[in-house]
Design a protein around this ligand. Structure first.
Ligand SMILES: Cc1cc2nc3c(=O)[nH]c(=O)nc-3n(C[C@H](O)[C@H](O)[C@H](O)COP(=O)(O)OP(=O)(O)OC[C@H]3O[C@@H](n4cnc5c(N)ncnc54)[C@H](O)[C@@H]3O)c2cc1C
Length: 321
């Protein structure tokens, strides 16, 4: 006899601040949420040592501990947290329709509502010394970690609007910012370039790439290479910020959900509603603007409230058509 397919009221995909906050609200509203953690249980914050800006932690907290606490809070209200990766979805376009979800290429689940909290992944240079010193002075988030380098010399890699904005942000806090641009021009808008150029403590180096990040436990400097001349040089910095973009983890929804050109899910107005009824998106998967734990948590809360209201308006879900 074929195995009976599990039916859940609210399926949450992802275990970052957005997913767990959605779970806390959904569980307390008796939506009996099932949450799949994906390949990075706890999400991006598990890759950082110090979270200083999440309200409620006056002394700061390390990322992994904070995420364990969020999980415990979600479980206290009955969230069913499961290890597993959603590998395919078939989203209904009918109000009250049932969405089909495949976990780990094998288990089938039917969901009345889905909250997507799959986050985004920061892009890195992927050189060994950079990977080794992630959390030891290498960061992909200037707004999150810039404060720890107050009054110090830092470098930032990137040439787009985000890199320019983060360089300006760092220039306000740090003593000196060296901006490394791979090409002989910047991609950032003219206005952002103007801003960067007008700040005296930003030095822009064109045609320059990171050859190696120096330091044993923490960043002590970088060796850069001029990609035109091959000339190498060491620069003393205590922080290296990588600002070469993010990739939202939304590939499995392509072709079914409306997305922008980089794959961020488009939500409707001030809500977390997507173009499919009963499917809501929260956190970094739909936000390329703010990308913070607190904003992810905020939209996770919104998604659970949107799911609850949606379910209240749908009488009896029909089979998917
Ligand atoms: C180094 C670093 C330091 C940071 N420091 C701070 C800070 O100090 N303060 C701050 O506010 N923000 C900080 N941020 C940003 C913050 O981490 C993010 O904004 C936040 O984690 C986004 O939360 P999220 O829930 O949307 O997604 P994420 O945290 O990205 O979590 C996504 C989750 O989705 C899961 N997932 C993905 N695909 C699937 C799938 N197919 N099936 C199942 N699960 C899936 C992943 O396993 C993961 O659990 C930092 C980011 C980085 C990279």
């Amino acid at each position: 006899m074929a195995e009976k397919i599990e039916r859940v009221k609210t399926l949450i995909i992802g275990s970052g601040p957005a997913g767990y906050t959605a779970a806390i609200y959904a569980a307390r509203a008796d939506l009996k949420p099932v949450l799949y953690t994906g390949m990075e249980p706890g999400g991006q914050l598990t890759t950082t040592t110090e979270v200083d800006n999440f309200p409620g932690y006056p002394e700061g907290i390390d990322g992994p501990t904070m995420m364990v606490q969020l999980q415990q809070q979600a479980e206290r209200f009955g969230t069913d947290v499961r290890i597993g990766m959603v590998t395919a979805v078939e989203l209904s376009d009918q109000v009250g329709g049932i969405h089909k979800v495949t976990v780990d290429d094998s288990k089938e689940i039917e969901a009345e509502t889905i909250i997507i909290s799959t986050g985004a992944s920061a892009k890195y240079l992927n050189i060994p010394s950079e990977q080794r010193l992630r959390g030891g002075g290498v960061s992909a988030c200037a707004v999150c970690d810039g404060f720890f380098y107050k009054g110090q010399d830092v470098a930032i890699v990137g040439a787009g609007d985000t890199a320019a904005e983060e360089a300006s942000y760092l220039a306000n806090i740090c003593n000196k910012v060296t901006m490394l641009v791979r090409k002989d021009y910047m991609r950032a808008s003219k206005a952002m370039q103007h801003r960067v150029n007008s700040l005296e403590n930003i030095e822009i180096r064109y045609n320059t790439e990171v050859d190696e990040v120096l330091g044993d436990q923490v960043v002590e400097g970088i060796r850069v290479v001029n990609n035109q001349t091959g000339e190498k040089e060491e620069i003393a910095v205590t922080g290296l910020f990588i600002a070469i973009g993010h990739k939202p983890n939304t590939d499995i929804f392509k072709g079914q959900l409306d997305m922008d050109e980089t794959g961020y899910i488009i939500t409707q107005g001030k809500s977390t509603k997507t173009n499919r009824p009963g499917v809501f998106a929260s956190g970094d998967a739909q936000d390329k603007e703010y990308r913070q734990a607190i904003t992810a948590a905020g939209t996770g809360c919104m998604a659970a409230l949107d799911a609850e209201r949606y379910l209240a308006t749908v009488e009896t879900p029909q089979e998917m058509v």
